[in-house]
Write a protein that binds this ligand. Structure first.
Ligand SMILES: [Zn+2]
Length: 174
């Protein structure tokens, strides 16, 4: 990917070139020959921005285990039926599903003698929320980083909320 779209600066492979007008290399798959213009993204709120961009030890650990942090803060788990295959060895993680994908939300309270998980963590025994998350995710995450993310979780949601109507494909009456 070393060729830049003359309109939006997206990087492309040489084989993706659609037109060349003089020195201008034009592509359709990124911006439709410049017909689609998107506003620049705002930087994410702190401390997320720091964790995503800094080179300190904590930030590197966060990026290395970012999927584990995402799972630790998730409100649901993914369920699927049909043929499922996950390839995690070489290259990009690939998850292939031929069937139905759904979210498992479970009950609002954990079963007796079970620790809370997913959405239950947000409402049950909130004095021990971080410890409950660490126990539930059983993955390699740093407690201090998880505490920071949890404290700012609702700030992140307020950052995302204005974007959600753009991704809501359910018809609404406004
Ligand atoms: Zn473009």
């Amino acid at each position: 990917m070393n060729i830049s779209c003359a309109n939006c600066s997206a990087l492309h492979w040489a084989g993706e070139l659609n037109k060349k007008v003089g020195n201008r290399q034009l592509f359709s798959m990124c911006c439709g020959y410049g017909k689609i213009k998107l506003n620049a993204l705002l930087p994410p709120p702190e401390p997320l921005n720091h964790l995503l961009t800094a080179i300190d030890k904590q930030s590197k650990e966060f990026r290395r285990n970012i999927r584990n942090y995402n799972n630790a803060l998730a409100m649901t788990s993914i369920g699927a039926s049909g043929n499922i295959a996950a390839h995690t060895t070489n290259g990009i993680f690939t998850y292939k599903l031929h069937g139905q994908l759904y979210h498992r939300i479970g009950s609002l309270l954990p079963e007796p003698n079970r620790t809370p998980a997913f959405a239950q963590i947000y409402i049950y025994d909130t004095d021990h929320e971080v410890d409950n998350r660490l126990h539930a995710c059983q993955a390699d995450v740093d407690k201090k980083t998880l505490e920071q993310l949890q404290i700012h979780y609702f700030l992140f949601m307020s950052f995302l909320a204005p974007l959600l109507p753009d991704f809501n494909f359910i018809p609404t009456t406004r």
